[in-house]
Design a protein around this ligand. Structure first.
Ligand code: NAD
Length: 439
């Protein structure tokens, strides 16, 4: 059993704290947000993630897991400290490392005995080495070694991804820290999860390269979807068939309203900013970023093309989260759609099974309803923005009865296009040969 503190109890830190406790370690989840900590202490999760409260209560009951706002005290009792605080983008696209710096300062001031600091937060290449120097200068007596252990979990499947990762990447040049990390992750080693041991910079770059590549796949397929619309091809058959080629893989080839979330938008910008710092051409990733911005606006353009000027018209928006199975709305494409339609004078009626409250923290004037059918009442148009299963199962008869108009823009291609057209809807998906009826 290892004594561990996880600093930051957000989407990554909370899941890591639960998982590490489930492995049998004694874990303290520490956060500066007292509301989050008191919720967690009472067995309630501040984020939505399937199954998370079962893990939370089980580990609290086991006595191995606790939560605190006293970060210094938690650090003093730990051999390993995970860093899982946010690294949001600054105005210029580079990562804001102020949360990391604050947390590392607390660790440097409080660590007792040999302590391994494990950076799970996504930090620009070179950051961990700088942090190590900073710790050594701030507290030359401290025996602290920094390890880079980037996180790859997907929100919505975070718990499953924690227990069954495709790989675990650990950047360290210290054999002592390596032994500590082997002990912490023994449970993953036992189930033959591949471990990649490398230096700090390699570990940091693996994370950025992976996210930049996935974002590139999404922007690529979105542009192919636009071409499909123009020429009357069906992007689903195109992408499915591309995916049959083992060199390509079918994952991340689903067209949609553009990527969002807390990782791809900020990590692609950070890669560009790192390239600029080192004088390395990142034009490919710059194009991916601008293609994604255009895609988010393209959804609004298609809608205007279908319904005309949205001023004074009622639009139902189903889906506010950046993807299904999460309540996370950070950089969600729905933010672009909703703000553009509101400024154009449309009346909006929205629904999301989990993300309405978070969305209204950003756009408070948005009217949200408890059920999707309520949001559809009197709507001239419907836009499907998030791939929640309940939207796939919409009863089109009922949709028709609730709506005043007949426009459906399916930005996730959830509905059967032929069936929707047979019901009399003016239906468009993304890249499904919108100019032609697919037979
Ligand atoms: P988050 O915003 O959900 O959580 C961050 C938490 O850190 C918050 O609870 C905040 O109160 C806390 N915090 C900030 N400063 C602190 C401090 N000094 N001491 C203690 N707590 C502090 O963020 P997240 O989505 O969990 O992401 C965390 C990091 O992991 C980011 O670098 C992100 O890029 C990376 N990451 C996120 C995901 C994801 O899907 N969310 C996946 C992989 C990697």
């Amino acid at each position: 059993m290892t004594n561990i503190t996880v600093i930051g109890t957000g989407y990554v830190g909370l899941v890591a704290a639960l998982g590490l406790s489930d492995f049998g370690n004694r874990v303290i989840g520490a956060d500066i947000d007292p509301d989050k900590i008191s919720m967690l202490q009472s067995g309630k999760s501040p984020i939505y993630e399937k199954g998370i409260e079962d893990y939370l209560r089980r580990n609290l009951d086991s006595g191995r897991l606790s939560f605190t706002t006293d970060i210094g005290k938690a650090v003093r009792s730990s051999e390993v400290v995970f860093l899982a605080v946010g690294t949001p983008p600054k105005e210029d696209g580079s990562a804001d490392l102020s949360y990391i710096e604050k947390a590392v300062g607390t660790i440097a001031d409080n660590a007792q005995g040999y302590t391994v600091v494990v950076t799970k937060s996504t930090v620009p290449v070179g950051t961990n080495r700088i942090l190590q120097k900073y710790i050594n200068t701030r507290n030359p007596e401290a025996e602290i070694e920094i390890v880079s252990n980037p996180e790859f979990l997907r929100e919505g499947r975070a718990i499953q991804d924690f227990f069954h990762p495709d790989r675990t990447v650990i950047g360290t040049e210290s054999s002592r820290a390596k032994e500590v990390m082997k002990k912490v992750y023994r449970a993953l080693n036992l189930i033959s999860v591949p471990f990649v041991w490398c230096n700090l910079e390699t570990a940091e770059l693996i994370k950025y390269a992976s996210n930049a590549f996935l974002a590139t796949k999404i922007s690529f397929i979105n542009q192919m979807a636009a071409l499909s619309d123009a020429v009357g091809a069906d992007i689903h058959i195109v992408s499915r068939t591309m995916g049959m080629d083992g060199r390509i893989s079918s994952k991340f080839l689903h067209p949609g309203p553009g990527y969002g979330g807390s990782c791809f938008p900020k990590d692609t910008k950070a890669v560009v900013s790192t390239g600029e710092r080192y004088g390395v051409d990142m034009s490919l990733i710059k194009t991916v970023i601008s293609a994604n911005e255009k895609q988010k606006k393209h959804v609004v353009e298609i809608l205007v093309d279908m319904m005309g000027n949205p001023a004074g018209r009622t639009v139902a928006v189903l889906g506010l989260a950046f993807k299904s199975e999460t309540d996370d709305v950070r950089d969600s494409p729905s933010l672009t759609l909703v703000s553009e339609l509101l400024s154009a004078g449309a009346e909006l009626r929205a629904h999301d099974p989990k993300a309405s409250d978070n969305f209204r923290k950003i756009i408070p004037e948005l009217q949200c309803f408890d059920s999707s059918y309520e949001a559809l009442e009197g709507a001239d148009a419907l836009v499907l923005m998030t791939e929640w299963n309940e939207y796939r199962a919409l009863d089109l008869e009922l949709v028709k009865a609730k709506m005043k108009g007949s426009v459906i823009l399916d930005a996730r291609n959830l509905l059967d296009s032929d069936m929707a057209r047979d019901y009399g809807f003016n239906y468009r998906g993304i890249g499904r040969g919108n100019r032609l009826k697919v037979t």
